[in-house]
Every structure is written in structure tokens, then in C-alpha cells.
Design a protein around this ligand. Structure first.
Ligand SMILES: Cc1ncc(COP(=O)(O)O)c(C=O)c1O
Length: 454
């Protein structure tokens, strides 16, 4: 057996084995019991706990390309990619060897390095809105800092965000947030004083009328608007035609700062992110995930005159002991060089795989008589188990039957496919998925839809 057909058959056989002999996850279960004693909920980030889908989380031992191997030796085709960063799969040899070489030179210096300059120059070249950039250690730090800068620059306090968008866990950004907040169905976050969110205005995503009304009334007091240009955190929800353009128009008119939170979409929807793809240039951009090549790294940047308000040039303070960490920067540089080499073809491949999977999932759901809306944009994808005609905002996303999603998720997991364990998270495809893996995934999803009928 050789080539494509061979690996399809091998993988299909593997999936069948997994299905017929229910996976043994004893080690994961044991680790989870131990973890719950010493870590809240047994996890270091809430969605990992599988609360929304039932069962115990799978503890991962290692990753190989598009595959995850758990602590019991079970293999899963990974559709999460560490929630976005791993667009080139796990343990890419180029990233690993670059990091190993850097490790031998030292892990952190607390002083500038040439590597940081190189990464900053690459980000400035890639992302249309960024003329200057600051490196931080996470997406949360990037958005939190960008908003401080926008407020410092404009001298205004009010910020606008959209329902179901998630921008990290800073206090003032947790209002009507997506991701784990949506997954756990939390109405609000304890520990966040009302006063802290008093200046956060939330609007429905994709509602151009509400946006224009707000700006007509309060535009002059709004420091900034922060938005996921293609939302991943209430599941994948792309912008409707004209929404991003309307955002640009009202923020220019009121001299508010427009921030695209491209922590998920940056270097994913194109090398220049969603802004390059949609041709709408914000004033500031936040980055994370892919830019760190799988290491903890975030970034915020924008127009020169805005970024020059940041200390030590300007009065807006922001700092970090491990900011621009040489290991993370090295991983990021290696990742970006892989994406540049892949070029247009790599992004075209991601789009093609995304479209193929979305079409296959729709067809399978139709054949099984299960109502779904499959939203997909490039390599981001969500199957909403809803009877709505479309999902363009948080209200529609929340109409989904989360129990049915959970059943579908478990059927996939037990067949060796690791999908995000939440109705309100996007699947992230990697550029290294083979045609055989796409077939395997489609066939397994088809059986999972069929199993929902029974
Ligand atoms: C759009 C967006 N912004 C910000 C964040 C926060 O990033 P981090 O988890 O690295 O703090 C996330 C995390 O998923 C995100 O998806």
C-alpha cells in the first residue's frame, strides 16, 4: 500500500479500531483526580476541563504533526492546535531546532536582543496597521495594554466591545465575553467590581445600525472599539458585508481608536491577518498565538503616533520581566519564516481544507437530518447545532443545542478526533493536514452525525 489511498485505509482502520474497542483513558482519569486536588478544576484554563461536554479531560503526553498522543497512548487528530498557535502542527522540526539552539545561549536576559528587533521588523512588514510594536507574553496582556494606550492617547475612558467576543481575562473586558465565559454560561465574573466595567459598552456583533446609533450619541467619549474581525470565541462568526468598514468609518469620524484583536486571526487568515484579507486597516492590532510559534508571546502595535505614547517615550506605562523572551521570540521567528515560505499556496490550502470540511459536515448533517449551521472562514470552523438559518451574532450562537454538540464531540473523541470541547469555540485547522486526514475527519464526522439519530 502506498501514497494517498494507503494512508486513507490505514487511518480508517485505525479509526475503526478506536471505535470498536472503546478507548482506555485510565491514566488521564487518574491524573485528573490528582490534578483536582491541587489545581482549581484540575486545569490551568477552564475550557480544558470538558465541563460543557461531559467526561474527563484527556491528558496529553506529546504531539506529532497533526496528531496528539494522550497519557494512555491513544492518538487523536488535533483540530485545536493549542487553541490556534499550531498552524504548522506539533513539534515542527524547524521550530524545535531553532528553540534548542537558542536555549543553549540562555533563556532570558532582561535586556534587549537582536532577535526582538528582527521579530518586530517582521511584524511591521506583515501587518498593515502596525508601524511600531511592543512584545508581551500573552494575548491578554496585549489587549489590556492596547486599551490602556488607546485611553492614554485619546484621553477618553469609554471602550466598546462586542457580545461573544473574547479579548482575554482583563477585568474590564469580561463583560458579555465569549470563550470560556460563554462555555460555562457565566452571567458575569465574580471579583470584577461593577465600577471596572462601567466604561465598557457592549454591542451585538454585526449590528451596523446599533453601532451607528451609539456613535451618533456617544462617539466623542469613546476611546476605542475592540473587535475580533472574524470571531472565534463564540464559535466562528465572520463579519457581515460592510461591518468592518462601518467600524472604520465611525471610529475615524469620532477620532476613536479602532483595535483589531487578531490574537486568533493574525497570521492565520492571511500572513497580514484579517485586516489584510478584508482590506480594512485599524489603528491598532493585538497579536498572540501564532506569532509566538507555540511559546508564550503576544504583541500590540499600531500607528507610530499612538505607539509613541508608550513608556519610555510617552506617559503610558507598560512593562514585563519576560517580554520579548528570546526563546519565545525565536519560536515566533521560525514560525513566521515557515509561513512566509509557504506563501499564498499555504493559505490557499488552508482555505481549501476549511471549505471542503465545512461542505462535508453540512452534507453529513443533512443526511442524518440534524439541523446545523456550519460557519467557516479560512482555517476557522464551527458546527452550530441550531435550527437558525444562519449564525451572525451571539444570540444566534447561543440558540445552539449544546447537549447535542456534546454528544457529537464525544462521538468524535472516542473515534480519535480531538475537536474543541465547547460549542462556543472554533476548530483550528493546520496547514499540514493531509488529504487522507481530511477524508478521515469527514468520514468520522459523518458517523458521528449518524450516531446522533440513534
Ligand atoms: C481574540 C483573543 N484575544 C485575546 C485572547 C487572550 O489571549 P491569551 O489566552 O494568550 O491571554 C484570546 C485567547 O483565546 C483570543 O482568542
Amino acid at each position: 500500500m502506498s501514497g494517498l489511498l494507503g494512508s486513507i485505509l490505514v487511518n480508517s482502520m485505525h479509526a475503526k479500531t478506536n471505535e470498536s474497542e472503546r478507548m482506555n483513558r485510565e491514566t488521564s482519569q487518574h491524573l485528573f483526580a490528582q490534578a483536582k486536588e491541587v489545581i482549581p478544576g484540575g486545569v490551568n484554563s477552564p475550557v480544558r476541563a470538558f465541563r460543557a461536554v461531559g467526561g474527563d479531560p484527556v491528558f496529553i503526553e506529546r504531539g506529532e504533526g497533526a496528531w496528539l498522543i494522550d497519557a494512555d497512548g491513544n492518538r487523536y487528530l488535533d483540530l485545536i492546535g493549542s487553541w490556534g498557535p499550531l498552524i504548522m502542527g506539533h513539534a515542527h522540526p524547524r521550530i524545535i531546532s531553532a528553540v534548542q539552539a537558542q536555549l543553549a545561549r540562555g533563556t532570558t536576559f532582561g535586556a534587549p536582543t537582536a532577535l526582538e528587533v528582527e521579530l518586530a521588523m517582521e511584524i511591521v512588514k506583515a501587518v498593515p496597521s502596525i508601524e511600531k510594536v511592543r512584545l508581551v507574553s500573552s494575548g491578554t496582556e496585549a489587549t489590556m495594554s492596547a486599551i490602556r494606550v488607546a485611553r492614554g492617547y485619546t484621553g477618553r475612558t469609554k471602550i466598546v466591545k462586542f457580545e461573544g467576543n473574547y479579548h482575554g481575562h482583563a477585568d474590564f473586558l469580561l463583560a458579555k465575553a465569549g470563550s470560556g465565559v460563554a462555555t460555562l454560561g457565566l452571567p458575569e465574573c465574580a471579583g470584577v467590581p461593577t465600577a471596572v466595567t462601567a466604561d465598557t459598552i457592549t454591542l451585538p456583533f454585526n449590528d451596523i445600525v446599533a453601532l451607528r446609533e451609539l456613535f451618533a450619541l456617544h462617539g466623542e467619549s469613546i476611546a476605542c472599539v475592540i473587535v475580533e474581525p472574524v470571531v472565534g470565541n463564540m464559535g466562528c462568526v465572520p463579519p457581515i458585508s460592510g461591518f468592518l468598514e462601518a467600524l472604520r468609518e465611525v471610529t475615524i469620524a469620532s477620532r476613536s481608536v479602532l483595535i483589531f484583536d487578531e490574537v486568533m486571526t493574525g497570521f492565520r487568515l492571511s500572513y497580514g491577518g484579517a485586516q489584510a484579507r478584508f482590506g480594512v486597516t485599524p489603528d491598532m492590532t493585538t497579536l498572540g498565538k501564532i506569532v509566538g510559534g507555540g511559546m508564550p508571546l503576544g504583541a500590540y502595535g499600531g500607528k507610530r503616533e499612538i505607539m509613541d505614547t508608550v513608556a519610555p517615550v510617552g506617559p503610558v506605562y507598560q512593562a514585563g520581566t519576560l517580554s520579548g523572551n528570546p526563546i519565545a521570540v525565536t519560536a515566533g521567528l521560525a514560525m513566521l519564516s515557515l509561513l512566509r515560505e509557504g506563501g499564498e499556496a499555504l493559505y490557499a490550502r488552508l482555505d481549501q481544507v476549511g471549505t471542503t470540511l465545512a461542505e462535508n459536515f453540512r452534507e453529513s448533517a443533512r443526511n442524518a437530518n440534524i439541523p446545523v449551521v456550519v460557519n467557516q472562514y479560512g482555517s476557522m470552523l464551527t458546527v452550530f447545532f441550531t435550527e437558525q438559518d444562519s449564525v451572525t451574532d451571539y444570540t444566534a450562537a447561543k440558540s445552539s443545542d449544546t447537549q447535542r454538540f456534546a454528544q457529537w464531540f464525544r462521538a468524535l473523541l472516542d473515534s480519535g478526533i480531538y475537536f474543541p470541547p465547547s460549542q462556543f469555540e472554533a476548530a483550528f485547522l493546520s496547514a499540514i493536514l493531509t488529504d487522507a486526514e481530511v477524508v478521515l475527519l469527514s468520514e468520522t464526522a459523518d458517523r458521528a452525525f449518524q450516531s446522533l439519530k440513534e
